[in-house]
Design a protein around this ligand. Structure first.
Ligand SMILES: [Zn+2]
Length: 628
């Protein structure tokens, strides 16, 4: 999912622009490794014609205003008209987005994208009255309408329930108008942060041991922090972080304003606190968030065990330092290569555990022109699946380098694609948009199964350790690091909610405390140099509300499913597939529950930690054989 991957640095691939496939051949038919957008619209002109038609339809949507309470038939008619416009607008947006990503340098592509976004805004404006009107009609009448209209119930029951939940948090017309007008102002902290962190922040230069001079922007930092030479990675840290520290006060004020905006929204909308406000959209119990943080804390000794293993594998005699965190512990001189054909074969093998229905869909996908595989000049970075066009198959974008991280990304995105197909085959359009919580379980689960498969099929111990090392780093980065971020965010919000103040300096202190706790400074697992405690200023996710915790919960859910399917077999598999087929027909917490997982209980987090310990057991067994 692009929405997720845009912010999931850990899962996105860095792209190098190398000459590769061209976006379009002369004949109009796609080249190998290139998606075929003609399944969406035969030509750009056909897109424009469809856009004009949908725009005209959207303009008329406010004529349904005030009609929904008249009868079940009137409600169905209005909701169906809105739904039809949304369905075609989504298809238009998918084409515009994919076409834009083929070559971001082409102005016509960017204009088409803007036009699709404007259409989205127009639909929002023309239907802004919908939820308040439903709330005025009330649950009793809505349920009575559903009882007389099976189609209203089948297509819209969940949407209606979801809209009515907002009643206690919806204000009168005048106050809602004020909130809407304030929206732009409240969104400014992110814009200011982005301007400074990605634009105007001075970039320090560092000279590496081989004499290379590197200007440390964010991409260079991410690349060179993995340096094999220890002095180099220390030099990178020592040069990079002071550039953020110099603006500690500004970053602090900006983030404080962001948190103030979220606390303000919670207060005005009658939520007990900002966490309850943030988790409301998914109807996720606050307990899930708090359980996640508690479980990560309880299991920090497992993270310390990994740090000890890392220190030993890297042959570090003194203390492990924070700058020793990113260098791979088991590198291969000639890492294994995987062509797309290899990736497809391995994905089919790995996903066989999900049964014939799942693998049949994979085969169908591989046989179609659904993927844009290799990097080429002008192409968008990263990787994603876009399945928002309900009436067309999903599309997938990769920047494949034929290495193991590319293979892992391949099975991740195909996990999203099969989830989308299973949803579309079993749900009406209105219930086809599933939540991030479920989505990332479907994709990260595939990465875990792949990791198990690669370890089992490794040709020798060195290869085995390479895969095991990558698996450990995935769990550290997705579970422990994201939960530490989640704990930091919660602490910031609670500070303001208790009437305390915040500043950049205070944030650095708070973050330092968390880094030292998570990485075991007192326990001797790692030395955390205070100069690096400005790292919070580097994380853009703190401007997205309470968001990052979903990576950690999804991974825990995936771990418990993987265990259940591997041990229990078909019944667990069927529960899992049923959850994917349910799409967005219910709240994610409920869907997990039906599939046998309680995300507010310790079980999923325990399954993930047990997996991390098993991974380390395997590494230690290999090391013991070597007599280390
Ligand atoms: Zn994903």
């Amino acid at each position: 999912m692009k929405r997720i991957l845009a912010v999931a640095g850990a899962l996105a691939l860095l792209t190098l622009a190398v000459p590769g496939l061209r976006a379009d051949s002369q004949s109009g038919a796609p080249e190998a490794g290139m998606w075929d957008l003609r399944d969406l619209y035969p030509t750009p002109e056909a897109w424009t014609a469809a856009r004009d038609k949908v725009k005209a339809q959207a303009e008329t949507l406010d004529r349904y205003r005030g009609t929904l309470g008249k009868s079940a038939g009137a409600m169905l008619k209005a909701l169906a008209a809105i739904s039809d416009v949304n369905r075609e607008a989504a298809r238009l947006a998918v084409y515009a987005s994919l076409k834009g990503d083929e070559d971001v340098r082409i102005a016509a592509n960017q204009e088409r994208l803007q036009s699709a976004q404007q259409l989205g805004t127009l639909i929002q404006e023309k239907t802004a009255w919908l939820r308040p009107e439903l709330i005025r009609i009330g649950q009793k009448k809505v349920l009575a309408f559903e009882a007389t209209s099976p189609e209203l119930k089948r297509r819209f029951a969940f949407q209606l329930d979801n809209a009515l939940r907002y009643a206690p948090h919806t204000l009168d017309v005048q106050a809602e108008g004020v909130m809407a007008a304030a929206g732009d102002v409240l969104a400014q902290p992110n814009a200011i942060y982005s301007q400074l962190a990605n634009g105007e922040l001075p970039r320090p230069e560092v000279t590496l041991s081989d004499g290379t001079k590197v200007k440390l922007d964010q991409a260079a930092y991410t690349k060179y922090r993995t340096a094999t030479d220890r002095a180099d990675r220390k030099a990178v840290f020592d040069a990079f972080w002071p550039s953020f520290s110099a603006f500690q006060g500004t970053f602090g004020q900006t983030l404080t304003t962001q948190v103030q905006a979220e606390v303000f929204d919670a207060k005005v909308r009658h939520f007990p606190n900002s966490l309850a406000d943030a988790t409301f959209a998914d109807n996720m119990p606050e307990a899930v968030y708090r359980q996640l943080v508690a479980e990560a804390n309880k299991n920090l000794p497992t993270l310390y065990r990994y740090l000890a293993l890392r220190k030993k594998a890297l042959g570090i005699a003194d203390s492990l330092h924070y700058y020793d965190l990113y260098v791979p512990i088991f590198d291969l001189p000639n890492p294994p290569q995987f062509s797309v054909a290899d990736s497809e074969r391995i994905a089919l093998d790995v996903d066989a555990i999900y049964g014939p229905e799942y693998t049949a869909l994979l085969k169908r996908g591989f046989a179609g022109n659904w993927m844009n595989v290799y990097p080429h000049p002008g192409k968008a970075n990263g990787a994603y699946m876009n399945g928002s066009a309900y009436d067309v198959h999903p599309y997938l974008l990769f920047n494949n380098h034929d290495d193991y991280p590319s293979l892992s990304t391949f099975v991740h995105e195909w996990g999203h694609a099969i989830h989308t197909l299973l949803t579309k085959e079993n749900q009406p359009f209105e219930n086809s948009s599933y939540s991030t919580f479920i989505a990332e379980t479907a994709s990260i689960g595939n990465e875990m199964l792949l990791s198990d498969y690669m370890v089992a099929h490794a040709r020798n111990d060195a290869e085995k350790e390479y895969y095991l090392g990558q698996a450990l780093e995935l769990i550290r980065g997705t579970f422990f690091r994201q939960t530490m971020f989640a704990e930091f965010q919660l602490a910031l919000h609670e500070a303001l909610e208790k009437g305390n103040t915040l500043s950049g300096e205070k944030m650095t202190d708070m973050y330092c405390g968390l880094l030292k706790k998570y990485y075991g400074d007192k326990e001797g697992a790692m030395k955390v140099d205070p100069a690096y405690c400005i790292e919070w200023a580097f994380i853009p996710h703190f401007y997205y509300g309470f968001y990052v915790y979903q990576y950690a919960t999804s991974m825990a859910g995936a771990a418990q499913f993987a265990d259940a399917i591997e041990h229990e077999g078909v019944p667990a598999r069927d529960r899992y597939i049923a959850m994917l087929k349910a799409g967005g027909s219910d709240y994610p917490y409920t869907l997990y529950k039906k599939a046998g997982l309680d995300m507010a209980s310790p079980a999923p987090y325990e399954a993930l930690v047990a997996r991390m310990n098993r991974t380390m057991d395997q590494i230690e067994a290999i090391e013991a054989k070597k007599g280390k």
